[in-house]
Design a protein around this ligand. Structure first.
Ligand SMILES: Cc1cc2nc3c(=O)[nH]c(=O)nc-3n(C[C@H](O)[C@H](O)[C@H](O)COP(=O)(O)O)c2cc1C
Length: 497
């Protein structure tokens, strides 16, 4: 039997696709949540991920083959975060759980998602009609892990059937069961069946966590106890109430949303959260103000720097960038490897590391001119399965390439240029680098004029920004839509992808 996290008398941030990423989880913990669930992550995608210690951010990242960070976590939440997965396969579930086990406090299986993408693969709410499968998955996890295993279900059409299912689940040895008091076909606006949750809570010894009360029962922390006692549950799990204002977990009462959004943004910047994900969460907090002047600025922002500018937090953004840069520079340099005449390093081109108008390609070109060499020649290939790019640059008859694939052709060329400049120990124009005088004063002057936190983003050549947007679109098209709750809820649907 696994020890660790206690699920009695707790408040929890519910699993929420897109919303439950690292900044939101840390904020919920700061405000007083005892346990935080991550967004549901699908086993097929997670099983391909590699665990990477990110020394710059001080995080552990689970990175997909296309370099996307699927799950980012950190020490602060290690004893409080529950990793939720979507699965219909006991072996794959165990493989994923083992991959993340030492970085999280517990593993949860989602058995409540009613969306077709989930149910047609036999996952989510489809599991509710296959109790043998539920038993097989949970037993495998409980027996194969040292951390607690939990699950989150919806209720069945009758109290009796729901109680029987929960009793069967309890026998697998799970540490808690979260019960969303709605049936599979019911939408978030439908009334909650507190009586079902109460019956289940009374029928089993394992802690039951009540869920589904955001719309009509829980507006602030004092309502949490009302909801708990109405359901007789051990704990309470909040989704939408926390998504709209995570300070709902604060015993002292709600904070103004503006302050909460700023607190959220600080974490988003600190942990380099994806700009589109950050926007999405902020738009949920803005709710009916999403069409205000401020809301529109957030919606049109393309980078974290833009978002910070909308909140007047440029200084904070720059401070964090400098801190991250100094951490990066303290790291031992990457070692180049030469094979088959090509020198490679695992380096990425980060636009934000360079002043506006300045790029490594530009530095390489200027240096080649100065040395009277032929202009650098870039040869770029794309990988059809994930539409990523890799470029090889030829300089002075030698070839250089980054082993990391980029989302755009331009990004791949810049990365190749960075490799070449690093190998040759040449200046590349990064922020904080001593002025080498390699690139003309005119360009640099233009760059300084554009100072301010939005500078790097604003100055990214139009073409590059468009490519970045295109790449982001690609990412979000492949993202699963959030559960039905997101789009059919009683709140404003943000105009974000
Ligand atoms: C944006 C959003 C995303 C969600 N994603 C998940 C998810 O990944 N896994 C899950 O089990 N439930 C998910 N849900 C459902 C919630 O966890 C919760 O069961 C539901 O919203 C009812 O709780 P509430 O009344 O507190 O909102 C999601 C809900 C929302 C609003």
């Amino acid at each position: 039997m696994a020890g660790g996290l206690c699920f009695r008398d707790i408040t929890a941030l519910a699993p929420m696709v897109r919303v439950g990423t690292l900044p939101m989880r840390l904020l919920a913990l700061d405000y007083g949540a005892d346990i935080v669930y991550c967004e549901e992550l699908i086993d097929i995608k997670m099983v391909q991920c590699e665990r990477v210690v990110n020394e710059e951010l001080d995080t552990v990242d689970f990175v997909a083959p296309d370099e996307r960070v699927m799950f980012r976590t950190c020490e602060r939440e290690r004893d409080r975060v529950v990793f939720q997965m979507g699965t219909a396969d006991p072996d794959r579930a165990l493989a994923v759980a083992r991959l993340v086990e030492k970085d999280v406090a517990a593993i949860d299986v989602n058995m409540g998602c009613p969306k077709e993408y989930s149910t047609k693969g036999g996952m989510g709410a489809a599991l509710l009609s296959d109790p043998d499968k539920i038993e097989a998955i949970l037993t495998k996890l409980v027996q194969g892990l040292t951390k607690p295993v939990t699950c989150k279900i919806r209720i069945l059409p009758s109290i009796q059937d729901t109680v029987s299912l929960v009793r069967r689940i309890e026998k697998t040895g799970v540490a808690a069961i979260a019960v969303h008091g709605r049936m599979r076909e019911e939408r978030p606006k439908h009334p909650l069946h507190c009586d079902f949750i109460r019956a289940v809570s009374g029928a089993v010894d394992v802690p039951v966590i009540a869920n589904g009360g955001s719309l009509d029962m829980v507006k602030s922390f004092e309502d949490v106890e009302v909801f708990r006692s109405a359901t007789g549950a051990s704990g309470v799990m909040l989704a939408r109430a926390a998504m709209w204002n995570p300070s709902v977990f604060r015993r002292q009462g709600l904070l103004p949303v503006q302050q909460v959004m700023e607190d959220y943004l600080r974490y988003a910047v600190r942990y380099d959260n994806h700009a589109f994900n950050t926007k999405y969460c902020l738009c949920q907090m803005l709710r009916d103000k999403v069409e205000s002047v401020m809301g529109k600025r957030v919606q049109t922002a393309q980078t974290l720097a833009d978002i910070c500018a909308a909140y007047g937090m440029q200084a904070f953004y720059e401070e964090v960038q400098l801190l991250l840069l100094s951490r990066r520079e303290r790291r031992p340099p990457e070692t180049p490897i030469t094979q088959g005449g090509v020198t490679t390093m695992a380096l990425r081109f980060h636009r934000r590391e360079y002043p506006p108008e300045i790029t490594p390609k530009m530095f390489l070109l200027e240096w080649s001119r100065k040395e009277k060499l032929e202009q650098p020649h870039y040869h770029t290939v794309d990988r059809p399965q994930d539409r990523l790019f890799q470029s090889t640059v030829t300089v002075d008859n030698k070839q250089y390439r980054s082993t990391l694939w980029e989302k755009s052709k331009k990004g791949a060329e810049q990365a190749a240029a960075v490799v070449c400049l690093r190998v040759l120990h040449l200046p590349e124009g990064r922020l904080g680098e001593e002025d080498s005088g390699l690139v003309g004063k005119r360009k640099r002057a233009a760059a300084t004029l554009l100072n301010g936190s939005t500078a790097a983003a604003a100055a990214a050549p139009q073409e590059e920004q468009e490519e970045e947007q295109e790449a982001n679109k690609k990412i979000h098209l492949s993202d699963r839509e959030a559960e039905t709750e997101v789009t059919t809820g009683n709140h404003h649907k943000p105009h974000t992808p």
